[in-house]
Design a protein around this ligand. Structure first.
Ligand code: NAD
Length: 494
């Protein structure tokens, strides 16, 4: 691994872009900054504050819900074609502003520019996909079995929604919720993660430019997520809560949502198994491992967490993957040639250190990396550990960082038991050349998604989501819009 020296001063281009990002709350079509308290947003590559933005209070949260509730009927009554065209315009504007969005995400979140560009593509696809879905919302119609009437099943927007997003994919996690909600005819209040609110504010400005009417989308960054969210979730005008984030916060929100029997979608944590059989194409497996582990600096819910490798190929797999890891270039995501950026904050660095230390104390060996380099920013070396023993924290916890942990198995049943030995069930990866075995693993590994001989599954056209404690509901695909629709049945007697 190479560490790329970085300049810590903002370039003229970066300063100019940051100056164009709104610094206020967006409520009822009005940008509000005023003299309120501010949140300082940091560049994780330097630890420096790059912009200060307005910090929403609980009263602001309720005013945002007022705006969403006031706009709800008008937006629900807006022709699907009109909603579709606004979303399509937003997709086109995002392509025009691609470089700004990519740079902004790199600045506030740290991922390398090429990956930020990839997120603009991925995040944008939700706008295009749901602009196409908006005009295909349909129901059923038929005679009742008794022949005494007609049954009509229709789909209605659920109403005002509260959308809470995490910091790891600042654009895509917002578009994956906002696009289907708007397509379905729902209005929204969005609370971005306090660590990365700039992308969402910049995106709200884009939606305004695309023609989204006032009040349909409201954005309230805050450093007091719980205090701002509780009154919104308790308000009977709210009809839906969609959350992406950690499982512990998801549990708290589900309990709060239970009070009003609120519709919920929960996209929570993962602990993905990455199983490599003895007949796997090892080049493909290594390529898949690099993507599944080091994309987004390991900070993805879909990140491979546990590499479960057949004992006969484990050494060779570890050798080849270590070679690739050593070729990574760690640095600020804007710098040329950087392939891996900083972690989001100092807590994340401390957590990597603790996980590696615990694994080593229980008998694992570090093949490369394992420490946080000296200097500014929240960096941790990309790391490979082998001989990870059962009971190690690294197998139980969501790592959420650039640490690749390998343990071994000898039989298929053992691989299945290891893969399923977690309370999470978001995604699993399997590498084998044997199609029948691949099919058995797809059936037996208890997850919402599977990658067969690939390390990347996300696609706007596919239903993304988990089972067990990885969550409830699906985002994207044909399923995604139904999270924002409720089914209504009407009987019309003959
Ligand atoms: P987090 O749970 O700490 O925070 C997520 C969001 O919830 C943030 O906006 C935060 O401000 C807000 N929040 C925190 N406490 C809250 C409370 N009491 N009430 C209301 N809002 C509250 O998660 P994070 O660290 O931002 O993101 C990382 C986690 O997200 C990981 O566990 C990752 O697996 C998960 N994630 C899941 C998916 C998925 O689709 N399943 C996608 C991306 C990330």
């Amino acid at each position: 691994m190479t560490i790329v020296d970085t300049t810590t001063e903002l370039t003229a281009r970066e300063s100019e872009l940051l100056a164009r990002v709104p610094d206020g709350l967006y409520i009822g079509g009005v940008w509000e900054a005023g003299s309120r308290e501010r949140i300082g947003v940091q560049d994780p590559a330097t630890g420096r504050v790059i912009k200060r933005i307005a910090n929403a209070t609980p009263e602001d949260g309720i005013r945002a819900l007022d705006a969403a509730a006031a706009a709800a009927d008008g937006w629900a009554a807006t022709a699907p074609r009109v909603r579709a065209e606004i979303l399509r315009r937003a997709f086109d504007l995002l392509q025009e502003r691609r470089e700004d969005f990519a740079l902004l995400m790199t600045l506030e979140m740290g991922k390398p520019l090429a990956e930020a560009n990839g997120e603009v593509t991925y995040g944008g696809e939700f706008l295009r996909w749901f602009s196409e879905e908006a005009v295909r919302i349909s129901g059923r119609y038929g005679q009742n079995p008794e022949g005494t009437g007609t049954m009509v099943v229709s789909q209605r927007p659920v109403g005002p929604c509260y959308l809470i997003t995490p910091w790891n994919f600042p654009l895509a996690m917002a578009t994956r919720k906002i696009a289907p909600a708007l397509a379905a005819g729902c209005t929204v209040v969005v609370k971005p993660a306090e660590l990365t609110p700039l992308t969402t504010l910049f995106f709200a400005q884009l939606l305004e430019d695309a023609g989204v009417p006032a009040g349909v989308v409201n954005v309230i960054p805050t450093s007091t997520a719980r205090a701002v969210s509780e009154p919104i979730i308790a308000d009977p005008r709210l009809r839906k809560l969609s959350f992406t984030g950690s499982t512990p916060v998801g549990r708290t929100l589900l309990a709060q949502a239970g009070q009003n029997v609120l519709r919920t979608s929960m996209e929570l944590g993962g602990n993905a198994p990455f199983v490599v059989f003895e007949d796997a194409d090892l080049d493909k497996a290594v390529e898949g491992a690099m993507l599944a582990k080091f994309r987004n600096i390991g900070q993805a819910c879909t990140a491979a967490n546990r590499f479960i490798v057949h004992e006969s190929v484990a050494d060779e797999f570890a050798r080849r993957v270590t070679e690739k890891v050593q070729a990574l270039r760690l640095g600020r995501g804007t710098d040329d040639g950087v392939t891996i950026g900083p972690l989001i904050d100092d807590r994340a660095v401390a957590s990597m250190t603790a996980l590696v230390e615990d694994a080593v104390a229980r008998g694992a060996r570090v093949l490369t990396g394992g420490t946080a380099p000296e200097g500014d920013g929240y960096f941790f070396e990309p790391t490979v550990v082998v001989d990870v023993q059962p009971g190690s924290d690294i197998l139980r916890e969501e790592i959420f960082g650039p640490v690749l942990a390998i343990s071994t198995f000898s039989t298929e049943d053992e691989a299945v038991a290891a893969a399923n030995g977690t309370e999470y069930g978001l995604v699993g990866y399997v590498f084998t050349r044997d199609l029948a075995r691949g099919q058995r693993m797809i059936d037996r590994v208890d997850t919402g998604m599977m990658g067969l001989n690939t390390g990347l599954v996300s696609n706007a056209a596919a239903p993304f989501g988990g089972v067990k404690q990885s969550g409830l509901g699906r985002e994207g695909g044909l399923e995604g819009i139904h999270e924002y629709l409720s089914t209504k049945y009407t009987l019309i007697p003959a």
